[in-house]
Write a protein that binds this ligand. Structure first.
Ligand code: IMP
Ligand code: MG
Length: 176
């Protein structure tokens, strides 16, 4: 299949995403007024969204990254999640917000959330750029959602197909 020809469709423009990041950033700033938040980006998909979001957060902020991989068949993740890069930050007693690119089945995030919760943070929230609720198999819900989307395979704005297209400054999708 010729992916090059199929990746031009725009689902969400960079401007739409920037506007939503400003709204959610303002909400997070209000929710954590006077406190410090630790933003934890999930590598690699969340980097562009995290960069846009954090520009709009006005309370004291520290950042860290985690890399998880979940093994499953084909394009679907499984509950068998492995941490490839753990946090450098001790999150005990801290306000933590996991920044995700997309919640699909929820398997990866459910495992991350449970792991982080076991480290006794003061609070633990989830902020995702995209949410595909129709695909959910694990019980996980984001506190801050950029956009709910239907069951499409999306690329761009950090999201990849075979490690490509992460650099597109908008969200596109593949048609089958
Ligand atoms: P999960 O099924 O919620 O565990 O999704 C795990 C990861 O799969 C996400 O964090 C993304 O990195 C990736 N993923 C899920 N859906 C898509 C998609 O539509 N495009 C690109 N990556 C995706
Ligand atoms: Mg991801």
């Amino acid at each position: 299949m010729d992916v090059e020809k199929r990746q031009k469709k725009v689902l969400l423009t960079g401007e739409q995403i920037a506007r939503r990041a400003a709204e959610l950033g303002a909400q997070i700033s209000e929710d954590f007024k006077g406190e410090t938040v630790c933003l934890v980006g999930t590598l690699r998909g969340a980097v562009m969204w995290m960069a846009e979001l954090m520009k709009n957060i006005t309370c004291d902020t520290v950042i860290d990254f985690v890399m998880a991989s979940s093994y499953g068949s084909g394009t679907e993740s499984s509950g068998n999640v492995k941490i490839k890069k753990d946090l450098d930050t001790d999150i005990a007693g801290k306000n933590v917000i996991i920044i995700e690119d997309i919640i699909d089945t929820g398997n990866t995030l459910a495992a991350l959330r449970d792991l982080f919760a076991s480290r006794r943070p003061r609070s633990l929230k989830i902020c995702t750029l995209l949410d595909k609720p129709s695909r959910r198999t694990a019980a996980v819900k984001a506190d801050y959602v950029g956009f709910e989307i239907e069951n499409l395979f999306v690329i761009g704005y950090g999201l990849d197909y075979d490690q490509k297209y992460r650099n597109l400054p908008y969200v596109s999708y593949l048609e089958d």
